[in-house]
Design a protein around this ligand. Structure first.
Ligand code: ZN
Length: 299
């Protein structure tokens, strides 16, 4: 009898723990968002990213698994600024989950928390610009990462009040470590301060802006438009005139233009990741920035 009672008590304790440890299903559109969520949510959440980091973030091809993931999500966190406009709306609609529709409590766009760079209302998407609301590549400024981590902490606390203290604790730990790393990156990038680079696309504007590195131009004439021979010829002039140090190439655009410029001017090309998983060294938000800084400062 006593043994039975012990068994019942044990069963109750185990069931209670299981119920208490229920994880919140969270979906992120890109790996960097998933990683911030994981760092703040810890063991309380189960997070998955729809896109992977080696893809062009503007043109993700939706898979049927996206719908299944969104269907069971309690929270979806997106980049915003129209970065997902070409692929997310139809999958969100098909998932038909009222908890995560735009405007609901379970929908969050990170672009809402910062002031975007490069807002140019005169150039429309019709003319080829894929950034009509300003530059959406907001995550490559370390100061923005901290803003997003704080907003995510607030959102998780709101959805899961009982475990608010966990989110607060995780955020404080993250913030401390992130600030130390930001100072380290700042120091390591001193040599590039005020210098000129040319990226393929305006992927790194927030990063360059934060660390005082200048962009002389881009290999593409407008976001989303590949370079013409004439545009490349103009860049040869810019490289020589402004003593441009580096071409910054991402992992998913053709490097043909960059190679042509290297051939004509001798300028080095540096391939840098834009998200976690773009290169094998970038496994989380810390190593993503570590790797960018390392590649930019490697001579
Ligand atoms: Zn872009």
């Amino acid at each position: 009898m006593k043994f039975k009672l012990i068994l019942i008590v044990m069963f109750l304790v185990v069931s209670f723990n299981l119920a208490g440890a229920e994880k919140i299903n969270v979906v992120a559109t890109y790996p960097y968002i998933a990683d911030i969520l994981q760092k703040i949510g810890g063991e309380n959440i189960k997070v998955t990213s729809l896109a992977s980091g080696d893809m062009d973030p503007h043109t993700i091809t939706p898979r049927p698994s996206f719908i299944a993931k969104l269907r069971s999500a309690k929270l979806v966190v997106i980049n915003g600024g129209q970065l997902e406009i070409g692929w997310l709306p139809p999958v969100l609609q098909q998932a038909n989950n009222p908890q995560i529709i735009p405007g609901s409590n379970g929908f969050m766009s990170l672009m809402d928390f910062i002031t975007p760079l490069e807002v140019n209302r005169e150039i429309s998407r019709a003319q080829g610009d894929v950034h009509p609301e300003g530059n959406p590549h907001i995550h490559l400024d370390p100061a923005n990462i901290l803003i997003f981590a704080s907003a995510i902490k607030d959102k998780l606390s709101q959805l899961d009040k009982a475990r608010e203290i966990d989110y607060q604790k995780n955020y404080e730990a993250f913030k401390q470590k992130w600030q130390l790393k930001t100072n380290e990156w700042e120091t390591r990038l001193q040599g590039l301060k005020g210098k000129y680079v040319i990226p393929y696309h305006k992927l790194y504007s927030y990063f360059l802006h934060r660390f005082g590195i200048q962009s002389a131009s881009e290999i593409e004439p407008l976001p989303g438009i590949p370079p013409s021979a004439r545009h490349l010829a103009g860049l040869i002039y810019v490289i020589k005139q402004q003593h441009v140090e580096l071409i910054i190439q991402d992992v998913y655009h053709s490097s043909q233009g960059a190679k042509f410029l290297k051939e004509k001017t001798g300028i080095p090309i540096v391939i840098i990741p834009h998200d976690i998983g773009a290169v094998k060294e970038a496994v989380d938000i810390f190593s993503l920035f570590d790797e960018i800084v390392k590649r930019l400062t490697q001579k």
